[in-house]
Design a protein around this ligand. Structure first.
Ligand code: EPZ
Length: 430
């Protein structure tokens, strides 16, 4: 276990290149084992969740090799319908994509019920409903989902707009004979990325990015090379961190369109945001920022994954802002940590009321999940003094070289073992 030591206040300045999207790579890696021949994937982020997803498909017989910086080659020829070990599956939510993949590839399978960030109840009823509509017989016994099916295309209406359920049904349907229609599906860019990948392998997926996806099952899928889209949540994390610290940063390798809801809110706050073809620059050094209200919604709404970062920003703006979390029930764990640093925030049900303009002061805080962890580290950059952020393993699940990248933007952030005490931190510039 390690912790981050963060000296504030800091001002982020410079340039940063955004990595490939975690939440695209997480379904695309298991989708690769649906192919009959090897797959090359580029722009894969070197984060813990991805390493875990790779271990999971390796445990089933896939051979995976890193071939240079951020590319991997997946040889699916040795894949077998073995149950992935609970020790791996419990570490990430996205292990549940094995449900759709195993049904498509073998017509059967057993997958332990997945783990992942604790954001309140995270049911998988829509996954089960969708896969059952395609003909799967699914039972849960002793924490394991057991499935058997002769799949066939069908119509599925999702009662809840779910990224994971949409993806699982797409994965199962791509090799299921006949037409599958998913209505009220998720429209996130990661869904479009998966559809593009499945089509690059020879799949017939249409409509991704709208609320109706149509999939005509094909007999087989072939190897291909594919590059993952840039991570819009990593992009937003740095954009909001720049705003909170009052800096100026150019973000490269981004898809600006994916950032529309974040750009809109940052402009409302008073940040100067300039958009290029594949770049975004954010500057917040010239005038005081104003509080805003923010509601999280499925894409193209403001993302829940950037709600904790927005909370940190609103502690520093003028006035009172209200954040309403509409996606997950228990995604305000970072608030307790921010309050320990002096933030004035009241949580009432699904809303957090944040009185801005209150200085934060350093103290030991804890990352309770991935995005809350990033928010805690950025709060440390904003606060006066030296903040210790424990629970860094959560941050490592989704951010590649987080502290090194913040350092490259001028921040004083370093990592030490959890047990190590900080007796003295070098003075700035020492
Ligand atoms: C994905 O989670 C992302 N994870 C999450 O990112 C993200 O926060 C979330 O989508 C929303 O955008 C991955 O892509 C691996 P959902 P997922 O199914 O698929 C309810 C991060 O930090 N629901 O869209 O699990 C559910 O409880 C992570 O990178 C059901 O009721 O989210 C929630 O309220 C955290 N029944 C809502 O739908 C179901 O069967 C949306 O969940 C499924 C979901």
């Amino acid at each position: 276990m390690e912790k981050l030591i963060v000296r504030g206040p800091a001002v982020l300045k410079g340039e940063i290149r955004i990595n490939g999207a975690k939440n695209s790579a997480l379904p695309i890696i298991p989708a690769a084992i649906l192919a009959d021949s090897p797959i090359t994937l580029e722009n894969i982020p070197g984060i813990e969740d991805i390493k875990m997803q790779i271990k999971i498909i390796e445990s089933m017989g896939a051979r995976v090799a890193w071939i240079g910086g951020n590319s991997i080659r997946i040889d699916p020829s040795g894949i077998k319908p073995v149950t992935p070990p609970y020790e791996l599956v419990k570490k990430l939510r996205a292990s549940y994509y094995l449900l759709g993949v195993m049904l498509a590839r073998f017509g059967r399978g057993k997958v332990p019920v997945p783990g992942g960030c604790d954001l309140g109840p995270r049911p998988i009823d829509q996954h089960i409903k969708g896969l059952s509509s395609l003909g799967a017989d699914i039972r849960q016994n002793h924490g394991v989902v057991e499935m058997r099916a002769k799949l066939a295309g069908n119509k599925v209406y999702l009662d809840v707009v779910s990224v994971g359920a949409t993806i699982n049904i797409m994965l199962a349907a791509v090799l299921a004979p006949g037409r599958t229609v998913i209505e009220n599906c998720a429209k996130e860019p990661e869904i479009v990325d998966l559809a593009s990948f499945l089509n690059a392998m020879g799949g017939q997926v249409r409509g991704a990015g709208t609320d109706v996806i149509k999939i005509d099952g094909v007999k087989s899928l072939q190897g291909t090379s594919y590059s993952i889209i840039p991570d819009r949540i990593e992009t937003g994390t740095y954009m909001l961190a720049v705003a909170a610290t009052g800096g100026k940063v150019l973000l490269k390798n981004v898809i600006p369109k994916h950032m529309d809801p974040v750009i809109a809110k940052l402009k409302e706050v008073g940040a100067v945001v300039e958009v290029g073809e594949d770049t975004i620059s954010v500057e917040c050094s010239t005038k005081p920022l104003q509080s805003v209200d923010v509601k999280t919604f499925p894409y193209p709404g403001y993302p829940t994954d950037l709600q904790s970062m927005m909370t940190v920003l609103l502690t520093q703006t003028r006035g009172t802002g209200i954040i309403t979390e509409n996606i997950f029930e228990a995604r305000f764990r970072h608030v307790g940590e921010l309050k320990r640093m002096g933030a004035d925030i009241k949580v009432e049900g699904r809303s957090a009321v944040i009185r801005g303009g209150v200085p934060l002061t350093a103290c030991p805080i804890k990352a309770t999940d991935l995005r809350a962890g990033a928010a805690c580290a950025v709060a440390g950059l904003v606060a006066e003094g030296v903040t210790e952020v424990s629970g860094v393993e959560h941050i490592d699940r989704g951010y590649d070289c987080f502290e090194a990248r913040l350092q490259s933007l001028g921040a004083e952030v370093f990592r030490i073992p959890d047990s190590q005490k900080i007796y003295a931190v070098p003075n700035r510039g020492a």
